[in-house]
Design a protein around this ligand. Structure first.
Ligand code: BES
Ligand code: ZN
Ligand code: ZN
Length: 491
């Protein structure tokens, strides 16, 4: 719970006041605060360098139980990314110490490299995203999230900054929802259960949700979804969500890969690579959560989400390598490898959505390839699109949110690597190189008409180690990126 208030720290008691201190110029205009910072900087252990931290338990003129000074480094080096991290670390430290409430004092000095709006946005984001723990399966729920985080803003700015903080909180809450879905183990999150959870999230909002059963999926000849789901007892679902505000600038379809567990199928993954594959629905989670946030923010866009949910398992019914299937758009696919399942379910969902809902733009988000992680590492998503302006908008959204994206090529002449002797196309490349690209090229064959971009989030969807404002596990990557992108498309 984040609140933005303008309180007088001389009078109103505060619990744990977070104050930012740079290495050089003061960030605050308040004399009492400046005196405190000067006092701290006289000590050898605190110079205001990035990562510096010092706690006081009293300071004349401020009614605080704790005063926590955090170093920012040189004033000129302050960025939104740095502020996000600082707020995140402050909240994590407060959680570790079992505090219930902290107060963050917004810098007031004019001419900082970040505006007051950017500052309160970044601090709210970092604080809100850090204030989360996935402990659904723990008996001892240790170090719970803080009950209250207060941003203290100058009186003349409260109204505008409060609006920003409220919207940021809406988006961050959706990010936390996506994280919870990604973290939920696959034994408690079959396609049917995930579909129900998504519907429950949408229920209180101006969103319609249609859950297509296995029977309906079959009636629509979605051979890709059927083939991937064939080996599992847990039947597939296709979730279609709509958001149709009265005023809409354009029609965007978001498609998210929802593999609730990816064993690889008969091309079974090894023990090292099968571990953690409950996160293979992170694309669907990000899209569904972004839909709820878009509705809460009343974005002026017509949105459709298509979420193919399946479990990629092995059994006597599992799809074999060499099987040939017929996709929703009529193309036949030779299954070269059952572990290249994401592209099969996405292709059906995209072809269906394009035909049925005629969007102007389709964006798909998927934990699609290990090859994309090899190329870009764990923190950067790959963006594949033949559309320059759309790609630019995604990259800009990545810059703004800190959910980093990098453009990857879609070379026409690599299409030949997907040739099949027997079917229209193969689901794997004949080359062992460039796997993220050939996966994207496969998808491109199923997008006929709308502008399209594919975002491979295999790396950033999950983090093995805790980060400044994200504990280990699902990151919710993509929610903030999509909302920022949608705002750009609506502008
Ligand atoms: N879900 C995986 C991709 C993945 C790998 C996501 C690691 C997150 C972390 C995907 O379905 C897959 O298995 N892709 C194969 C494709 C190959 C068989 C052509 C891969 O990347 O190895
Ligand atoms: Zn796979
Ligand atoms: Zn997969």
């Amino acid at each position: 719970m984040i609140k933005l208030k303008s309180i007088d720290i001389r009078k109103t008691p505060v619990n744990a006041l977070i104050i930012l201190a740079s290495e050089d110029k003061p960030l605050y205009t308040d004399r009492t605060v400046t005196t405190l910072i000067t006092k701290a900087r006289q000590l050898p252990e605190f110079k205001g360098a990035e990562g510096d931290r010092i706690v006081f338990y009293e300071h004349a003129g401020i009614n605080a139980r704790r005063l926590i000074l955090l170093g920012t480094g040189k004033t000129a080096s302050i960025t939104v990314a740095k502020l996000r991290k600082l707020a995140g670390k402050a909240v994590r430290a407060a959680m570790d110490n079992d505090l219930k409430k902290i107060e963050i004092l917004l810098p007031t000095r004019a001419k900082l490299p970040v505006t007051p709006e950017e500052t309160s946005q970044a601090l709210t984001e970092g604080a809100c995203l850090a204030n989360h723990r996935y402990d659904a399966y723990k008996k001892d729920k240790k170090h719970p999230p803080l009950k209250e985080i207060v941003l203290i803003a100058p009186a003349d700015k409260t109204a505008a900054l409060r609006r920003i903080a409220r919207d940021v909180q809406t988006i961050c809450r959706a990010t936390l929802t996506a994280r919870n879905w990604v973290n939920q183990p696959a034994n408690d999150q079959s396609p049917a259960l995930l579909a129900r959870a998504i519907k429950a999230q949408a229920a209180s909002r101006p969103l319609t949700v249609q859950i297509m059963s296995e029977k309906t999926i079959r009636q629509h000849t979605m051979g890709g979804i059927e083939a991937v789901a064939a080996g599992s007892q847990n039947k597939p679902r296709l979730v279609i969500m709509h958001y149709t505000p009265p005023k809409a600038k354009c029609k965007v379809a978001l498609v998210g890969k929802g593999v609730t567990f990816d064993t690889g199928g008969l091309n079974l993954k090894t023990s090292g690579s099968i571990k953690g594959m409950q996160m293979d629905m992170a694309g669907a989670a990000a899209v569904a959560a972004a839909m709820t946030a878009a509705a809460d923010l009343k974005l002026p866009l017509h949105l459709t989400a298509a979420l193919p949910l399946v479990e990629n398992m092995i059994s006597g019914n599992a799809t074999r390598p060499g099987d040939i299937i017929t996709m929703h758009d009529g193309q036949t696919v030779e299954i070269g490898n059952t572990d290249a399942e994401g592209r099969l379910i996405l292709a059906d969902a995209m072809a269906y959505t394009a035909r049925k809902h005629k969007p102007d733009i389709i964006i798909d988000m998927a934990t699609l390839t290990g090859a994309c992680m090899v190329a870009l590492g764990e923190n950067i998503a790959g963006v594949f699109s033949p559309d320059d302006p759309l790609t630019e908008a995604i990259l800009a959204a990545g810059e703004a949110t800190g959910e980093s994206c990098w453009r990857m090529p879609l070379p026409e002449d690599y299409q030949k690597l997907l040739k099949s002797n027997l079917a229209d196309i193969s689901n794997i490349s004949s080359s062992r190189w460039g796997g993220a690209i050939t996966a994207a090229l496969f998808l491109q064959n199923f997008v006929d008409g709308p502008r399209w971009a594919h975002i491979d989030i295999a790396g950033p969807a999950h983090t093995a180690k805790a980060q400044a404002f994200c504990p280990a596990g699902g990151t919710g990557f993509g929610v903030r990126l999509l909302i920022d992108l949608l705002r750009r498309l609506a502008a």
